[in-house]
Design a protein around this ligand. Sequence first.
Ligand code: FAD
Ligand code: 2HG
Ligand code: ZN
Length: 477
Amino acid sequence: MPDDLHALSPLDALRAILGPAGLLTAPEDLAPYLSDWRGLYTGEAMALLRPASTEEVSACVALCAKHGIAIIPQGGNTSMVGGATPESRPGQVILSLARMNRVREVDALDMTMTVEAGLVLTRAQEVAAEHGCLFPLSLGAEGSAMIGGLLSTNAGGNTTVRYGNARELMLGLEVVLPDGGIIHGLRRLRKDNTGYALRHLFVGAEGTLGIITAAVLRLFPAPRETVTALCAVPSEDAALSLFRRFRAADEGAVRAFEYMSGTGMGMVFATIEGTALPLSNPVNHYVLVDLTASREGAGLRTLAETVLEAALIEGEIEDAILAESEAQRASLWRLREEHPEAQKRTGANVKNDVSVPVSHVPEMIRRCSEALREMIPGSRPVPFGHLGDGNIHMNLVQPEGMEPSAFLARSHDIMDCVNAIVRDLGGSFSAEHGVGRLKTDMMEEWRGGAELAAMRAIKAALDPRGIMNPGKVLPGG
Ligand code: FAD
Ligand code: 2HG
Ligand code: ZN
């Protein structure tokens, strides 16, 4: 920290580091950063810091550490668990990575891309494509979510079944530690067993251990053939059987395998303009499958038709449509990706981002739906999501006509009900959205004992003053 900053108040010193464009304090400028996408939380901050370089992040963090000022890192602010929203207490700052959005390097031979944390996911996908490659992470919030936020939540999305979560797509990281020190770990090595794999500590840490400022991402060959099918299936078990069929036909080809319920699809048609069912009859269960290959002439369409025909004969599907154009493919995917927005528009809803072993998905959906309907008569279970990796969003929408606040007052009962079944099936209460602020009180029960103690020890070692994203992930943290 330069000596001349010592004489200034913390806010003036931060302003001196960042310049006028880099620090905002007006309430109207701060407002969009103080609330979360779901509308669950609104917090307080004395300033929004907008650093433009790793050195600026480091200088800001060192200054905040000196004064004990809490820092809430924020990317696209699309967290589903209130992870990027400050608590309601004075004297904190939000640190937005939005100005750090440069692509530092793309290497199509090494198949890597070195980017800053504020790069929006769609832009990362575009840059990869411009170099004839694929960056495969894909999710509904991709137009806003940023690389730093995606890595910090270890986001999953639609392509985990083939490419893994954000963690598997990262080779190296640059991180500013809670004392302002910088880990220069932007290595693009496929093999690097050099002591503890520190980079992995920051993936999924939700900003509680430091600030990711840049990352080396893995790239893949660009797809040259893509086939998308929407299938109507008679049951959850049939959806799983269809997954097995596609995997057996060509495991490497399945890019996404998503489940949707008739209830969820109905909400999309009712609330999202320009959507309609492209099949003859509405049913209770749907599957959206994407197959891709990196070589032309892979015969994916024939493969899909063969699998679907066999499934039809066995009664595992009732109807299906294969996209005939890129526009039709996009419209089929829209039916899937509008699920969160459609539920929001339909009424108050409680989200359960859970995972179970893939083989238990049908049982989980059935048991949870039944238990939830029994618990709150008239409530509408909306299970949907990433069947291919075992992560289903076991959401519940309020009964029609019920006071939203009365429904939301039951949130914890609803989550407990789902979690008990998920636990019984060997699953997790926190699959891809993280713990954030919403689920800290579940950590003791699910990760208590030695596991939570180890997490606390890591937090205390790296962030002894507890300035990094307080109140997130660890109970009482
Ligand atoms: P933010 O919301 O800004 O932050 C998320 C967390 O990371 C916070 O704890 C924050 O403090 C921390 N953080 C942010 N940037 C940094 C940084 N540079 N260094 C350290 N910590 C940081 N998630 C999925 O996994 N799969 C999905 O399919 C999916 N779909 C979604 C669809 C919609 C419509 C929405 C609104 C969200 C969805 N999400 C999904 C949730 C969300 O987790 C992801 O969008 C993404 O991981 C968050 O990125 P972000 O840049 O918005 O991060
Ligand atoms: C998705 O898969 C996201 O669309 C959001 O993870 C899930 O709204 C949800 O519950
Ligand atoms: Zn999801």
